[in-house]
Design a protein. Structure first.
Length: 145
């Protein structure tokens, strides 16, 4: 199993697990590799060092994950995506600036969604502006059926 560090054209980093380097190339060529954040198929493999098992390793930082084999859970996720889409304004790449304008009462208070880098989100948090990552951002690009 090969684990590759990947990045989309919107600079979202993520990992991909493939049977081999050739399998990664095959899936990439067929448009099967997709950014889990924005759904982009413009993905590139980053340089990474091979992993060698040389003894005990430090525990890896963990992040929340889920496997939704349950149709009702998938339906609930779609319902949440529809709710976010219907009740927020898409400000796209202007998200960090617009979030600041709203926070500092320079723009009308409303719910917005858009794109922000991890650095942007950290800077907003440092300013006391709470934002959250949307795990299914690609569903919000178009009408959710």
């Amino acid at each position: 199993m090969k684990v590759f560090d990947l990045r989309c054209d919107s600079e979202h980093p993520f990992e991909g697990w493939f049977a081999s380097g050739a399998e990664f190339d095959r899936q990439l060529g067929k448009g099967l590799v997709e950014c889990p954040v924005c759904g982009s198929h413009a993905v590139r493999k980053l340089l990474s060092a091979p992993r060698l098992n040389l003894g005990a390793e430090a525990p890896a930082e963990k992040q929340p994950v889920a496997m939704t084999n349950d149709a009702s859970m998938q339906a609930m996720m779609l319902q949440l995506a529809r709710h976010i889409q219907a009740n927020t304004e898409d400000v796209g790449e202007r998200f960090p600036e617009e979030a600041r304008r709203i926070h500092y009462d320079e723009a009308p208070k409303r719910s917005i969604r858009g794109m922000a880098s991890r650095d942007d989100a950290a800077q907003l948090a440092d300013e006391g502006i709470e934002v959250m990552q949307v795990p299914f951002g690609n569903l919000l690009k178009n009408p959710v059926q």
